[in-house]
Structures are given as C-alpha cells and as structure tokens.
Write a protein that binds this ligand. Sequence first.
Ligand code: HEM
Length: 538
Amino acid sequence: MKNDQNKPQGSTLPTIQEAIQQPTQRLTDNLGHAISDDQNSLRAGVRGPSLLEDFLLREKISHFDHERIPERVVHARGAGAHGIFQVYDDSLSEFTAAKVLTDASRVTPVFVRFSTVAGSRGSADTARDVRGFAVKFYTEEGNWDLVGNNIPPFFIQDAIKFPDLIHSVKPEPHREIPQAASAHDTFYDFISLTPETMHTLMWVMSDRSIPRSLANMEGFGVHTFRFISAQGQSSFVKFHWKPLSGVHSLVWDEAQELAGRDADFHRRSLWDDIEAGNFPEWELGLQIFTEDQAAAFDFDVLDATKLVPEDLVPVKRVGKMTLNRNPDNYFAETEQVAFMPTNLVPGIDFSNDPLLQGRLFSYLDTQISRLGTPNWVELPINRPLAPVSNHQRDGQMRRTINPGRVSYEPNSLGGGQPAEVPAEKGGFVSYPEPMTGVKVRQRAESFSDHYGQAQLFWNSMSPVEKMHIVRAQQFELGKVEVRDIRLKMIEHLRRINAVLGDQVAAALGELETAEPMPSDAELMKLLEKAVSDTTASG
Ligand code: HEM
C-alpha cells in the first residue's frame, strides 16, 4: 500500500513524507502555522480575561490535556533500547526455517523493553519482582516478538488464572495502597491456595528478582515453542538470553536503599552504558529437544511452571544481541512499543502450553485497549521493516493511504497491481500436529507435581543464596497480617525444605524453640550442614 503521495506537478512544497522529516527553524502550531508569541495568551486588555478565540492557547492546553494513555495493565514500568541481532552460523537450518536464526550474514534490528511486572509506571526499578525481557526482531519475514521474562518458570499453568494472579499482587481495589502489609495478604492468600506457584515463588524470593542491572539479567522465553525445519520436521525449543557481563544481583538492603535514593537506578544505568559505548550484550541460547525426549521427562514441557534442567538438555549458544542505541523519545518508542507472542516468523511455532495459548489472545486485545486502535501497528516503533500488503482498511488513526477501489479478495477489479492484488504465498504454516481428544476443562495428570522443581531450585543454591531466600521469605511473610495465610505458607515451604520452613516459622513466632534467631553467619552454617540432610517430599 502506498504511503507517499506524489508531488503535484509544479508544486514547490515537499511531499507529506518529506514534510514529516523536514526540520524547521520556526515555532509553529500543530498545523504548521508560524507562532508569533508563545509567552502570552490572548486577553481582553492586559489585565482582562483570556479570550475563547485564542486558538493557540486552546491547541496547546488541549494537546497537553490528552498526553496520557493508559499504562500497561502489567509490566507498566519499563526501559528500552535499540540494537542488533546476528546468528553465528547456519547450523540451525537442520531445525528451523527461520532466516533470522540461520542466515549468518543478516544483521537484524531489534528493540528490547525490560520491565517490572507489578508496579505502576512510576514505581522503583529495584523492587523485588519478575522482570520482563521482551525483544522485537524486525526481520525480513516480518516482526518476531520473543516476549519473555528474567525467570524461567511462571507462576501459573493456565491462562484462566492470570487475572487472579495479577489482581492478588496489584494494590487492593478499595484503597490502592501498594506494598502495604495488606497487599502482601492478598498475594500470599492466592499463592498459599495455588501450590503450582511454588517453583516460581522460590525464584522470586531468590537474588534473581533483584538484579544489579538490566545487563546482568538472563532472559527466558518460558514456554516450550516449536522449531519447524524447511522440510517440515518439528522439534521443541526453549529460548534463553545469556548476558555476556554475567548474572549479578543486588542484596536486599541495597535494593531497598536504592529504591529510595534513585528509583531510576536500572533505567539510568542502561541509558548511561549505551551512551558511554559499553553496549550490553546477550547470547541467544537454545535448548532443542525432540517429542520423544520430552515424553521421557518427569514433568510436562507444556507446563510453564517447569523449566527443562540444563543437565537434561544443554543450552546451545547460537547468536548475539547487542543493544547499541538509546531511544530518541521514551513515549514514542518505549511506551508505544507493543509486543505480541503471536508475532512469529516461519520456522517457529507455538506449543499447546495452556498459558501460552491464552497469551495468544491477550496481547492483541490489550494493545487495542492501551493504544486505542488496531492501527497501532502503523506506529513507527511497531511497524515491520518487511513490506505490509493486505486488504485491511480504515479504523481510528489510519495512516496508510490505500489507493484504488478494491479492499477484498479474491477480486478481478484490482488491475493486476501487486499492491492491490496481494497473493497468498510463502507465509506461516501451522505445524500439522495430529489432534484427538474430548472437550474438557481439566488439567493433565502430568501437571500435578508442584514441589519437585521448587526443591531442585533450592538444592541448586549455595548456602549464601539459601540464606537470602530464607531472609526474603521471613521479610515478606512478616508483612502478612492474616495468621492462617502465614501458616499455610509455612507448610508449603516445609514441603520444599524443612530448614527453610522452620526458619520462616521461627521468625514468624510459629515455632516452639528456646534457640535465639540465628545471625546470617549462623544461618549459613546451618544451611550448609543441612545440604546433606535434605529430603525431597514431593
Ligand atoms: C505484558 C498478559 C503471561 C511476559 C503483558 C500485558 C498483558 C499481558 C495484558 C500488557 C501488554 C501491553 O499493554 O503492552 C499476559 C497474560 C499472561 C501473561 C494473559 C498469561 C496468561 C506472561 C508470561 C510472560 C509474560 C508467561 C513471560 C514469558 C510479558 C512481558 C510483557 C507483558 C515481557 C511486557 C511487554 C512490554 O515490555 O511491553 N502481558 N501475560 N507474560 N507480558 Fe504478559
């Protein structure tokens, strides 16, 4: 579809496209009229009332009045950067037809937005929270969005629970006080009644949820996806981002102090690093495995509360992403960027993970609400670099100027112009996975273990990391006012590890003991000694 208008013959004016980019030395209103006085509104006499006639005052104030758009319903606070991605070699062509992952000569532009999940747009960067790690690849086959997090599992197994999870963690509806003792009540109320959250809760109580910088975070696609080769062969794949500057975290006291001293701590260091030429880099890592391998695991790869342990399937590093340019404008880019897990390119496909399946609906729906129109795809940060050609038309804020009388297909009136008669070819084809089954609202038995990987995570921690988890859980549950919720949580933690549960119980005054509370050093010794005693009780 044509965006440019041809210059009328004999006109000295620029085309619309040229005019948009044309710098001007004079101050104008929004419609290009020069402004003679931007300091004073129009009055009836120097001490008289302002006049309704003052179109300059009205335009300026009215535009200001409409500056805000709704913040994201989750992941509201974010920081973004432009960069590039390049795959190391063509070895993945055995598994995927995606050119972005197989053509080593391609340098694909990317835009990345990091975020916290729960806080509002103005919340502090260093809050204990999952971080979003969303990457938009502007590939020659269209945009690919890898909309991930910095923690590999997720809290819940089924998308139908997502609004409940988020309502429990957001400020309470009646008084909108975040971070209050009672906000902890609602979150832990939900968590304590939803044991599938235990694995992710352990990650969130660990140092992973207070990263030192955004450049020190890993990223994960979380769900199992499919790779499809050019020959139509399918394998499963998990996506990882491995930071080349290593994984580093804050300690809790630092995180709290920074939240007060510099709420923009992460946003600022990302910006400063890029300005200084210290470009943050990540390698893209992949775990590729077959359906037969997946069937032999003792967990279900369609269950997003589980990860695939790296000793079962090692992570292969296949390419590098470098963030090398700060946005020119926060609102136009970082705020208006819109990610969708449905943005895929041929060679990558979804799995039947019921959390992912729900996300496939949610993002387009929420973008229309947040950005106000389905034409958000035409915003500069969202539009693909690949050409767009279809029969969609109209809608609020439509920018594309579609020529001709035809906006349907098949048609015989388009005159054969490719722009007017787009042909269906070379597109995404869903993997023809054989399907049988009865229509049910029920989870598979293979989704029923909620403690195994929580224990695996705990056991993989060093004593100091375990000590941090104990302290985090003591702190957080100390903010829960309802005793019954605290008791339920202690029982969940005991099922993960007895020392963890007992130490939290002791701190909450729920353990009959004459022993004084251990210092950090004593607690670490206790945890070191307990390593060999750990018994898994799934
Ligand atoms: C943002 C829904 C699970 C990663 C969002 C947004 C919604 C949403 C409505 C706001 C989008 C916007 O306004 O731009 C859901 C639902 C989920 C789910 C319904 C489960 C059923 C997940 C999971 C991940 C994730 C499992 C990680 C794999 C993100 C990220 C963003 C986001 C990174 C922020 C994107 C940005 O920076 O603009 N999600 N989400 N979400 N979600 Fe999810």
